[in-house]
Design a protein around this ligand. Structure first.
Ligand SMILES: C[S@@+](CC[C@H](N)C(=O)[O-])C[C@H]1O[C@@H](n2cnc3c(N)ncnc32)[C@H](O)[C@@H]1O
Length: 181
Protein backbone atom coordinates (compact mmCIF):
# COMPACT_ATOMS: atom_id res chain seq x y z
CA UNK A 1 0.00 0.00 0.00
CA UNK A 2 1.31 3.44 -0.88
CA UNK A 3 1.98 5.68 2.13
CA UNK A 4 0.36 9.10 1.64
CA UNK A 5 2.59 12.19 1.73
CA UNK A 6 2.83 14.01 5.06
CA UNK A 7 1.04 17.37 5.07
CA UNK A 8 1.49 18.48 8.66
CA UNK A 9 1.81 22.14 9.59
CA UNK A 10 5.23 23.46 10.57
CA UNK A 11 4.71 23.13 14.33
CA UNK A 12 3.02 19.73 14.21
CA UNK A 13 5.66 18.21 11.97
CA UNK A 14 8.31 19.27 14.48
CA UNK A 15 6.58 17.18 17.13
CA UNK A 16 5.85 14.13 14.98
CA UNK A 17 9.20 12.37 15.35
CA UNK A 18 9.64 12.74 19.06
CA UNK A 19 6.54 10.88 20.21
CA UNK A 20 5.87 7.22 20.88
CA UNK A 21 4.37 6.73 17.42
CA UNK A 22 7.61 7.34 15.52
CA UNK A 23 5.61 7.74 12.32
CA UNK A 24 4.64 11.04 10.71
CA UNK A 25 1.90 9.30 8.71
CA UNK A 26 0.29 7.79 11.81
CA UNK A 27 0.61 11.10 13.64
CA UNK A 28 -1.08 12.90 10.75
CA UNK A 29 -3.85 10.29 10.66
CA UNK A 30 -4.59 10.83 14.37
CA UNK A 31 -4.59 14.61 13.93
CA UNK A 32 -6.86 14.56 10.89
CA UNK A 33 -9.35 11.94 12.03
CA UNK A 34 -9.55 12.71 15.72
CA UNK A 35 -7.74 15.78 17.09
CA UNK A 36 -8.54 18.52 14.55
CA UNK A 37 -12.23 17.58 14.04
CA UNK A 38 -12.83 17.71 17.80
CA UNK A 39 -10.79 20.84 18.51
CA UNK A 40 -12.87 23.85 19.60
CA UNK A 41 -13.07 26.50 16.84
CA UNK A 42 -11.50 29.13 19.08
CA UNK A 43 -8.50 26.86 19.80
CA UNK A 44 -8.10 26.23 16.09
CA UNK A 45 -8.08 29.99 15.43
CA UNK A 46 -5.47 30.59 18.13
CA UNK A 47 -3.30 27.77 16.78
CA UNK A 48 -3.53 29.19 13.27
CA UNK A 49 -2.65 32.73 14.31
CA UNK A 50 0.28 31.44 16.38
CA UNK A 51 1.65 29.68 13.29
CA UNK A 52 2.63 33.09 11.89
CA UNK A 53 4.84 33.84 14.92
CA UNK A 54 8.59 33.31 14.61
CA UNK A 55 8.73 31.02 17.68
CA UNK A 56 5.63 29.01 16.76
CA UNK A 57 7.46 25.74 17.49
CA UNK A 58 6.91 26.54 21.18
CA UNK A 59 3.16 26.06 20.75
CA UNK A 60 1.76 23.05 22.60
CA UNK A 61 0.91 20.16 20.28
CA UNK A 62 -2.77 19.96 19.39
CA UNK A 63 -2.78 16.30 20.55
CA UNK A 64 -2.01 17.47 24.09
CA UNK A 65 -5.27 19.42 24.30
CA UNK A 66 -7.75 16.55 24.66
CA UNK A 67 -5.49 14.74 27.17
CA UNK A 68 -5.09 17.84 29.32
CA UNK A 69 -8.78 18.55 29.16
CA UNK A 70 -9.60 14.98 30.21
CA UNK A 71 -7.11 15.10 33.11
CA UNK A 72 -8.47 18.42 34.35
CA UNK A 73 -12.01 17.05 34.33
CA UNK A 74 -11.02 13.72 35.91
CA UNK A 75 -9.42 15.42 38.92
CA UNK A 76 -12.21 17.99 39.02
CA UNK A 77 -9.62 20.78 38.93
CA UNK A 78 -10.68 24.28 39.95
CA UNK A 79 -7.38 26.00 40.54
CA UNK A 80 -4.42 25.64 38.23
CA UNK A 81 -1.08 27.23 37.46
CA UNK A 82 0.27 27.62 33.95
CA UNK A 83 4.02 28.17 33.89
CA UNK A 84 5.01 29.39 30.44
CA UNK A 85 2.06 30.84 28.56
CA UNK A 86 3.39 31.88 25.12
CA UNK A 87 0.25 32.75 23.08
CA UNK A 88 -1.90 30.73 25.48
CA UNK A 89 -2.95 27.56 23.65
CA UNK A 90 -2.69 25.19 26.62
CA UNK A 91 -3.93 27.99 28.87
CA UNK A 92 -7.07 28.26 26.75
CA UNK A 93 -7.49 24.46 26.79
CA UNK A 94 -7.33 24.67 30.59
CA UNK A 95 -9.68 27.63 30.93
CA UNK A 96 -12.24 25.88 28.72
CA UNK A 97 -12.04 22.68 30.78
CA UNK A 98 -12.40 24.38 34.17
CA UNK A 99 -15.80 25.03 35.76
CA UNK A 100 -17.27 28.58 35.69
CA UNK A 101 -15.65 29.45 39.02
CA UNK A 102 -12.30 27.88 38.09
CA UNK A 103 -9.11 29.90 38.05
CA UNK A 104 -5.74 29.75 36.30
CA UNK A 105 -2.74 31.71 37.46
CA UNK A 106 -0.73 32.11 34.26
CA UNK A 107 2.93 33.11 34.59
CA UNK A 108 5.26 34.25 31.84
CA UNK A 109 7.96 36.94 31.70
CA UNK A 110 6.76 37.97 28.22
CA UNK A 111 3.28 39.47 28.17
CA UNK A 112 3.40 40.44 24.49
CA UNK A 113 2.73 36.87 23.33
CA UNK A 114 -0.16 36.48 25.78
CA UNK A 115 -1.65 39.64 24.24
CA UNK A 116 -1.89 37.79 20.91
CA UNK A 117 -4.02 35.11 22.54
CA UNK A 118 -6.12 37.39 24.72
CA UNK A 119 -8.85 38.13 22.12
CA UNK A 120 -9.48 34.37 21.88
CA UNK A 121 -10.00 34.11 25.65
CA UNK A 122 -12.54 36.93 25.40
CA UNK A 123 -14.22 35.26 22.43
CA UNK A 124 -14.46 31.97 24.35
CA UNK A 125 -15.92 33.76 27.38
CA UNK A 126 -13.24 32.42 29.74
CA UNK A 127 -11.14 35.54 30.24
CA UNK A 128 -12.45 35.93 33.81
CA UNK A 129 -10.84 32.61 34.81
CA UNK A 130 -7.32 33.78 33.90
CA UNK A 131 -5.01 35.87 36.05
CA UNK A 132 -1.89 36.66 34.03
CA UNK A 133 1.26 37.51 35.99
CA UNK A 134 4.17 38.96 34.02
CA UNK A 135 7.13 37.38 35.77
CA UNK A 136 9.43 34.43 35.84
CA UNK A 137 7.78 31.60 37.76
CA UNK A 138 9.94 31.21 40.86
CA UNK A 139 8.99 34.33 42.85
CA UNK A 140 5.31 33.77 42.06
CA UNK A 141 5.50 30.10 43.11
CA UNK A 142 7.18 31.13 46.35
CA UNK A 143 4.37 33.58 47.05
CA UNK A 144 1.75 30.96 46.22
CA UNK A 145 3.36 28.51 48.64
CA UNK A 146 2.42 30.96 51.39
CA UNK A 147 -1.21 30.86 50.30
CA UNK A 148 -2.28 27.33 51.15
CA UNK A 149 -5.85 27.96 50.09
CA UNK A 150 -4.67 28.34 46.51
CA UNK A 151 -2.17 25.54 46.28
CA UNK A 152 -4.31 22.80 47.77
CA UNK A 153 -5.50 20.47 44.98
CA UNK A 154 -3.54 22.37 42.41
CA UNK A 155 -3.14 21.27 38.79
CA UNK A 156 0.12 22.53 37.35
CA UNK A 157 1.05 22.68 33.65
CA UNK A 158 4.65 23.80 33.39
CA UNK A 159 5.65 24.48 29.81
CA UNK A 160 8.50 26.78 30.73
CA UNK A 161 10.23 23.48 31.58
CA UNK A 162 10.65 23.07 27.85
CA UNK A 163 12.91 26.13 27.69
CA UNK A 164 15.88 24.18 29.09
CA UNK A 165 18.54 26.01 27.14
CA UNK A 166 17.73 29.50 28.28
CA UNK A 167 16.30 28.72 31.68
CA UNK A 168 18.24 25.60 32.71
CA UNK A 169 18.89 26.97 36.16
CA UNK A 170 15.25 27.59 36.93
CA UNK A 171 14.07 24.24 35.61
CA UNK A 172 14.79 22.27 38.77
CA UNK A 173 13.74 25.08 41.08
CA UNK A 174 10.34 25.33 39.37
CA UNK A 175 9.88 21.56 39.61
CA UNK A 176 10.82 21.66 43.27
CA UNK A 177 8.27 24.40 44.08
CA UNK A 178 5.56 22.57 42.16
CA UNK A 179 6.22 19.35 44.05
CA UNK A 180 6.10 21.22 47.36
CA UNK A 181 2.72 22.64 46.42
C1 LIG B 1 7.04 26.26 25.28
S1 LIG B 1 6.44 27.90 25.54
C2 LIG B 1 4.88 27.63 26.28
C3 LIG B 1 3.86 27.06 25.33
C4 LIG B 1 2.44 27.27 25.78
N1 LIG B 1 2.12 26.60 27.01
C5 LIG B 1 1.46 26.84 24.69
O1 LIG B 1 0.56 26.05 24.95
O2 LIG B 1 1.60 27.30 23.57
C6 LIG B 1 7.45 28.39 26.92
C7 LIG B 1 7.08 29.74 27.54
O3 LIG B 1 7.75 29.77 28.81
C8 LIG B 1 8.08 31.10 29.09
N2 LIG B 1 9.11 31.07 30.13
C9 LIG B 1 10.41 30.89 29.99
N3 LIG B 1 11.02 30.92 31.18
C10 LIG B 1 10.07 31.10 32.10
C11 LIG B 1 10.08 31.20 33.51
N4 LIG B 1 11.20 31.13 34.19
N5 LIG B 1 8.91 31.37 34.15
C12 LIG B 1 7.75 31.42 33.45
N6 LIG B 1 7.68 31.34 32.10
C13 LIG B 1 8.83 31.18 31.44
C14 LIG B 1 8.53 31.66 27.74
O4 LIG B 1 8.44 33.09 27.71
C15 LIG B 1 7.55 30.97 26.79
O5 LIG B 1 6.44 31.82 26.52
Amino acid sequence: MEIPPVKLSVFDIGKADAGLLQSKQLYQYILETNVYPNEAEVLKELREITASQPLCLMLSAAVEGPIMSLLLKLVNAKKTIEIGVYTGYSLLVTALALPKDGKVIAIDPDRSMFEIGLPFFKKAGVEHKVEFIESIALPVLDKLLEDLSYIRQLFCKADAFKCHLVFEEQYLHNADRCLKS
